[in-house]
Design a protein. Structure first.
Length: 266
């Protein structure tokens, strides 16, 4: 069997149409084991929700996909994660290339202290993805994809911090899209937003899945049911169950999944 290529090496298609393949992946910080032998695969252009109680390893798993966990002292990963057929934890992986291909949206909106335009342009400008003359068109494209263009097109030079919380989060999504990623990670993207802004982000997720693979961590099971086609239930660092969202929420195969879904713990 041919070994998977490293991120940053010659590209090849993901196997069987998978955007993300997790192969017996475990992760520890020093002596503390957070994830144990996780294995599953995420199809391209889909929305996958990761659910589970607090401190079950959801966010650690999400940040393992683009190796943000490397920034924490004493990371100890074993196994591997493949993104579009490329081995994330290969020694040859280019982390800059990986984080271009795997965008991230965090729990709280975190726009840079720059203008709206400069936030959306940040990645393409830093990574030299387009020429200076092409940059305005790319910024417009990303803001349109994030359903923000019509609201900000006449004030692109104003500070991003002048936007509402929901607008700031959509700007952060536009900023992530500027790098032209293949996978978009979202870590509780609506937890700091009001219900109206949350609805807009959920509508946006439905639109973006036509072009991107999205993996979202959420404590909100109703949200998981609304936005995702696949759901993975994590508990105590293990993947207990993974399958179609309707099946997970209506006929879970594992009694612990059912206990969590029905609110008996969590």
């Amino acid at each position: 069997m041919t070994a998977p290529a490293a991120i940053g090496s010659e590209q090849r298609e993901g196997e069987a149409g998978y955007a993300v393949e997790v192969r017996r992946f475990s992760f520890a910080y020093g002596p503390r084991v957070v994830l144990r032998e996780v294995s599953f695969a995420i199809p391209q252009r889909s929305v996958t929700a990761i659910i589970g109680p607090s401190r079950c390893g959801k966010s650690t798993f999400l940040r393992s996909i683009n190796r943000l966990n490397d920034l924490i002292p004493e990371p100890r990963p074993t196994g591997d994660i493949l993104v579009e057929g490329h081995a994330v934890y290969s020694l040859a992986t280019d982390l800059v290339a990986l984080r271009q291909r795997v965008g991230m949206v965090f729990q709280k909106p975190n726009p840079f202290p720059k203008s709206i335009f400069d936030n959306a342009a940040y990645g393409p400008r830093l990574n030299g993805l387009v020429s200076r003359g092409e940059l305005p068109d790319l910024v417009e494209e990303c803001l349109r994809q994030a359903a923000l263009w019509e609201e900000v097109k006449d004030r692109l030079d104003t500070p991003a911090t002048s936007l509402s919380g929901g607008q700031q989060q959509r700007l952060c999504i536009a900023r992530a899209l500027g790098n032209r990623p293949e996978v978009l990670l979202m870590d509780e993207p609506c937890s700091a937003l009001d219900p109206i802004a949350t609805q807009r982000i959920e509508e946006l997720i439905h639109e973006l899945k036509e072009r991107y693979t999205i993996v979202i961590v959420t404590h909100n099971m109703q949200q998981a049911a609304r936005v995702s086609s696949l759901t993975g239930f994590f508990d105590r660092g293990q993947l207990i169950e993974f399958g179609s969202t309707p099946q997970i929420f209506t006929a879970p195969a594992h009694e612990r999944t059912e206990a969590y879904i029905t609110g008996r713990f969590g």
